[in-house]
Each structure stands twice: as C-alpha cells, then as structure tokens.
Design a protein around this ligand. Structure first.
Ligand SMILES: [Zn+2]
Length: 240
C-alpha cells in the first residue's frame, strides 16, 4: 500500500476529509478546525514529525486482513464520548506487524471461547485534535495531546474488548469511560469483568502489546515509535 505521511491542505483534500462526516455541527466543527485553527487560528498546530519514525507506513485493513476480527467502530457512530460521528466509515486499519500480532491474539482468544472486538485502530491526527479541543482540561488524561500526536495516529494502537459468540463481554467500565473506573488498577469492578480484562491483557502482552495504565481497552504496539504520525483520512487510506 502507499500512504503519504503529510498531505497538502488543498481545498480538495479538505472536502474529501469532510465528505460524509456527520451533518451540521460535526462537519462545521471539523471544518472550522481544519480551515481555521489548524491553519491560522489560536491553536495553530502542524502535524508533529518524529525523527525516530523511520519505518515506512504499511497499513492494512483489519477486517480484510483477518475476517475473524469483529469490528464495533464507535467513532463511526454517535455512540462515543463525543456524541457525534467522527469517522465517515466504520473501518479499522493498522500497521502490518500490529495486524499480524492482533491475529495471533485472536487465535489465543478463540482457544478460550472468545473473540476480539475492535473499537478503534488508526486514527487520523485531525480527529485527535478535534477530541482534544472538545475535552475539558480535567479529562485530558484520557485523550492524546495533538502537539505530540497519538500512537493511534501512527497506526500502532488498538482499542478493543472481547466478545463471546458475538456478544460484548462486561469489562470494568464502558469503553471511553473517562473516570478511574477505566484504570487497570481499578479493583472495585465485578470480579468477572476484572478477570476478563486481565485475560485480554495477558494475551495482548504475550503478542507484543503494551497496556495503557488508565484505559483497560487501549494497547500500544511495542515498536510504535518507528512509525510516523499520520493524518490521512480513513476513507483515503489505501490499505492492503
Ligand atoms: Zn486508544
């Protein structure tokens, strides 16, 4: 596949980025951000460049790569912490080694009677920026600072849970619950939920992922630093 790590902010690109993203408020918000803040507004930010990111992006479409993976892309629906559609399509893409590892985790899960339920993978940088802008300062431990970029922007983070026969299991908190209930050291949750969270963690760690301490659903590929921060809209990613 080919993917550019930076894109000119041409009007055509901007229109393409907004095509199909919700209606009214969301489009307006993103349009304002893309056309205003990101270019010349008060919080003008350039796409962060990481000199350590020397690997060429090699994004793959997770559903195509391993059809056993079940997707529940919350940001493609209003059922997310923003309460708005952020992705114009329900798609999960990740760097190839991440997809390969995830496939191995799926095999481990199946052996125990479960399957993986993917909430999010690669996330364009502009979406990280929109999330940051919309999140009150006291909750920003749960969202990435766009000035540094997110590991999701590198195609190296996966937000996921487990399902059993297609039904999402109960975990210690809902996805994107921005409270301490989401912390991995939350022992107040139901014993079964904690056990399932730890089971998923053991499989993910065994295949090369690093768990995030304050979100039970978030894992980073150990070698995330090798991949650049990207801002290609999901619908424009040409993934193998
Ligand atoms: Zn995440």
């Amino acid at each position: 596949m080919t993917v550019q790590t930076t894109r000119p902010a041409a009007p055509l690109t901007r229109r393409a980025a907004l095509r199909g993203i919700g209606a009214g408020a969301v489009g307006g918000m993103l349009a304002g951000m893309l056309g205003g803040c990101a270019v010349r507004g008060r919080s003008a930010l350039a796409l962060p460049q990481d000199p350590a990111a020397t690997a060429a992006p090699d994004l793959v479409d997770l559903a195509r790569f391993d059809p056993r993976l079940k997707l529940d892309i919350r940001y493609a629906t209003p059922a997310n912490f923003m309460g708005r559609v952020l992705y114009p399509l329900a798609r999960a893409v990740a760097q190839r080694p991440v997809a390969e590892a995830l496939s191995r985790v799926q095999t481990r899960a199946e052996a125990a009677g479960y399957g993986l339920l993917i909430f999010d993978a690669y996330r364009p940088w502009r979406i990280t920026q929109a999330m940051w802008e919309a999140t009150p300062p006291e909750k920003r431990e749960f969202v990435a600072d766009p000035a540094a970029g997110s590991r999701h922007n590198r195609g190296c983070s996966i937000d996921l849970s487990l399902h059993r026969n297609g039904a999402e299991v109960a975990m210690p908190s809902p996805y994107d619950d921005f409270t301490p209930a989401a912390y991995r050291n939350n022992t107040a949750a139901a014993a079964e939920a904690l056990a399932l969270s730890r089971l998923l963690e053991s499989w993910m760690v065994a295949e090369g992922f690093v768990p995030l301490a304050n979100e039970w659903w978030h894992y980073d590929w150990a070698e995330w630093r090798r991949y650049p921060i990207m801002d290609v809209p999901l619908e424009d990613v040409t993934a193998g």
